[in-house]
Design a protein around this ligand. Structure first.
Ligand SMILES: Nc1ncnc2c1ncn2[C@@H]1O[C@H](COP(=O)(O)OP(=O)(O)O)[C@@H](O)[C@H]1O
Ligand SMILES: [Mg+2]
Length: 247
């Protein structure tokens, strides 16, 4: 399979802090890849660089055939990015929020109407189109944010902890939509704090203090660490790395 995301020594420093430290990774087209790791591991910074929103300090990344540092706009045209705190307008309705993002992406007329209808149907937000975004439940807000991200039909979807704080039923709904998108051929790169979600990814990368310390299928990660579940596999791996740092 051809790699649609590829990084070589991708690095980002903030002063003395190396937030992302020589990341080498490759994601195949159509894959769902999960980046996990403790707070401050460097997940969001990685995502921002891959989306062409933040310049690397060193190394390189190619996303959908474009270099993120040299051609950030070409990258942005092909991807959708749902930030940890996605900008919805609470006093605008579901439909008005969608129109705002459609304007931003330059999607007009019949195409806009068709896309909006398809997305409203897929996310089952149709009955709520006239409700103010500020009055939606957490799960519905996330679905609306996802919908706005999908309006310009990206090839790759970057999701930063998309289901954080969302109730279990809405999380399951959200995953039903993600599977639908995968079936349509979209590649998904996400960060998550939920290990049941990491388990559903084709491959998982474990980040710790800016470094990718493991990257493989959830099954291989459990077998390699002889752990009963993904959570113990992660914790074991992090302790091993910490131990190696101390000695
Ligand atoms: N704009 C910034 N300026 C300075 N430090 C930053 C900035 N963004 C992130 N950091 C630092 O980089 C590290 C990685 O942060 P982040 O990528 O947000 O991690 P994660 O998403 O895994 O929680 C943290 O120590 C954070 O404080
Ligand atoms: Mg983060």
């Amino acid at each position: 399979m051809e790699a649609i995301i590829e990084t070589h020594g991708l690095t980002r420093r903030f002063g003395d802090l190396t937030a992302v430290d020589h990341l080498d990774l490759s994601v195949a087209q159509g894959e769902i890849f999960g980046l996990v790791g403790p707070d401050g591991a460097g997940k969001t910074t990685t995502l921002r660089m891959l989306c062409g929103l933040m310049a690397p300090s060193a190394g390189s990344a190619r996303v959908a055939g474009h270099d993120v540092a040299r051609e950030p706009q070409a990258v942005k045209d092909q991807i959708g990015y749902m930030a940890q705190r996605f900008g919805l307008y609470g006093d605008l309705t579901v439909e008005e929020n969608m129109n705002f993002y459609a304007d931003l992406f330059g999607i007009m007329g019949a195409e806009r109407r068709r896309l909006a209808e398809d997305l409203l149907k897929m996310t089952r937000l149709e009955p709520f189109r006239a409700r103010q975004a500020g009055r939606l439940s957490g799960g519905m807000k996330q679905k609306l944010a996802l919908m706005c991200t999908l309006l310009h039909r990206p090839r790759i979807l970057f999701l930063d902890e998309p289901t954080n704080g969302v109730d279990p039923v809405s999380r399951r709904d959200f995953w039903t939509i993600l599977y639908q998108l995968l079936k349509d051929g979209i590649t998904i790169f996400m960060t998550t704090a939920y290990l049941d979600e990491a388990e559903r990814c084709n491959r998982v990368g474990l980040m710790h203090k800016g470094k990718l310390i493991r990257c493989e299928t959830p099954e291989a990660m459990k077998e390699g660490t002889e752990a009963a579940n993904l959570e113990s596999a992660f914790i074991k791996t992090i302790y091993e790395v910490e131990g190696a740092l101390r000695t």
